[in-house]
Ligand binder design. Structure first.
Ligand code: UDP
Length: 328
């Protein structure tokens, strides 16, 4: 039986990866320090013999006994509001955390895949974004702690590959959605659905002309697994190229939830990318992967998940301090 270590196991993406590798017959070691992850995303796995959970911060030395075949480094805060709240941890997990994971992979002879992000492209001047675009990132803006940590993460991963011959994979993950997103992480989809369910107006930042391209979680997981199993060590975009403006997205959510909410406009946060769409030619050619889930189906499934949350969860709207994030 092969063993995989998944960091960020209690998070949105990490918990779905745990499910997938358990289904595929692996022994899964999940690791998380539970700052942004939640145990209820993985508690259904606790009774399984093939699943182990370590409550550990990967920015500190990682000890795992026995052999490891794969490491998937998915630990990181991943929403602009989270980076604002915990900027130092965001930098540490993307630098010290990945260094520990790479060292562990080297010691165990494991193949490692790291979760990078479309944020390495910053506010892109090339559209759609291809992997050979180097990006337009403000290192000292509110997103800098995430963007630069992820850029460093890619650099050190390539260095381990080139210098130590480590088997490495780099996934540049674009906006992803689905069940287990945190309702109050500030991201647009849980924000809009939470607002609709609570009967509040939907908050559009800026004029809503900025675009994003949303990939359903099942497609994303399939793409990650294909990349891990490939022999390709350069970065690969994984995302859904179906692009939509935030204004139109708000309309889709209002239609989906059947509510008659209005939209209200707030200031656009600093360095908020104006456009984002992955060019997935590489993933199609190299991995033979393409997203299959249409947004209307993915949104239905996601909405059902949020509808089933308890009243307490729905009203747990601890909003972080937006002040530094929003342009005055
Ligand atoms: N956004 C919005 N209203 C919200 C939350 C987000 O209009 O209540 C906008 C945000 O400014 C950005 C887009 O939606 O332009 C996507 O934001 P998200 O935080 O989901 O992800 P990211 O900006 O990292 O793609």
């Amino acid at each position: 039986m092969k063993t995989v270590l998944i960091t960020g196991a209690a998070g949105f993406l990490g918990s779905h990866l745990c499910d997938r590798f358990i289904l595929d017959g692996y022994k899964v070691i999940g690791m998380d320090n539970l700052i942004t992850g939640r145990l209820n995303n993985i508690e259904h796995l606790f009774k399984l013999e093939n699943f182990e959970f370590y409550n550990h911060d990967v920015s500190k030395f990682i000890h795992v006994s026995g052999s490891l075949d794969f490491i998937l480094h998915f630990a990181s805060p991943a929403s602009p509001i989270d980076y604002l709240k915990i900027p130092i941890q965001t930098l540490k997990v993307g630098s010290l955390g990945v260094h520990n994971c790479l060292g562990l992979a080297k010691a165990k002879g494991a193949r490692i895949l790291i979760a990078s992000t479309s944020e390495v492209y910053g506010d892109p001047t090339v559209h759609p974004q291809t992997e050979n675009y180097w990006g337009n990132v403000n290192p000292v803006g509110p997103r800098g702690v995430y963007d630069e940590a992820k850029r460093f993460q890619e650099a050190i991963t390539m260095a381990y590959h080139n210098f130590h011959g480590l088997e490495t994979r780099i996934a540049r993950i674009f906006n992803t959605y689905g069940p287990r997103m945190r309702l109050n992480d500030g991201r647009v989809l849980p924000a809009f659905i939470g607002q609709a369910l609570r009967g509040e107006d939907l908050t559009i930042f800026g004029d809503g002309s900025q675009t994003r391209s949303f990939c359903y979680i099942d497609d994303l997981i399939e793409g990650i697994v294909s990349l891990l199993n490939s022999n390709y060590s350069q970065p690969v975009n994984i995302g859904n190229p179906s692009e939509i403006s935030i204004k139109d997205f708000a309309k889709e959510i209002i239609k989906l939830t059947g509510t008659d909410q209005k939209v209200i406009y707030k200031d656009l946060p600093i360095d908020d990318p104006k456009q984002r769409r992955p060019d997935i030619t590489k993933a199609k050619n190299i991995l033979d992967w393409t997203p299959l889930v249409h947004r209307s189906d993915g949104l239905q499934k996601t909405y059902r998940y949020f509808q089933n949350l308890s009243k307490e969860e729905l009203n747990e709207t601890e909003h972080y301090n937006f002040d530094k994030y929003i342009k005055k």
